[in-house]
Design a binder for this molecule. Sequence first.
Ligand code: 5RP
Length: 223
Amino acid sequence: MDQNELKKAVARAAADYVKTRLDERTVIGVGTGSTANYFIEYLGEFKQDIQATVASSEDTAKRLKALGIPVIELNSAPEVSVYVDGADEANEYLQLIKGGGGALTREKIIAAVAKEFVCIADGSKLVDVLGSFPLPVEVIPMARSHVGREIVKLGGDPVYRDGVVTDNGNIIIDIHNMSIVDPRKLEQQLNQITGVVTNGLFAMRPADKLILGTIEGLRTLSL
Ligand code: 5RP
């Protein structure tokens, strides 16, 4: 099984799970990225039963609408019952690095609202210590140099993601070479830097369930 097959398998498992949770009030949060895209594809199979979704990016909203799946604004959703999204890295505490696709801020907002956050990923994303994957930070453009200098003070190597503008009109700085031994602390420290919109550490609000695809089969971790 290659990585794509593993992504498909976890996306299928998440769609099957969401299907069992549907009622007339269910709003599904939908993530961004290649794993989430498979999930969207599988949602299409029972779109007639879906009342509403909220999308974590413009790309996801476009994909959902193209399949005829209703998309509403988060502000119009009374609640988000379940949020399904991928990750760039995860640890055994279900803390994550997200934002490889640049959608971290909207992803974090939906995760904050969601009653349940189901993370889906191929098994290679599970690590002992977060940080091998460069940690994305969304930044207000005029604060780029300031935020970069503050990141250096925290011990990281900031790299501007050239040519990327987020759905919110901001830039991304990726933090390289940082072994994240205390994800909750670093998440808060980064949020304190003026000009940072948000960062890709999902530690204060980790996933509730992590479905991993491995060659031996699916592995589910829960908090
Ligand atoms: C996008 C994300 C994605 O969930 C993350 O990058 C994983 O992507 P993929 O499913 O393509 O491996 O956080 O901002």
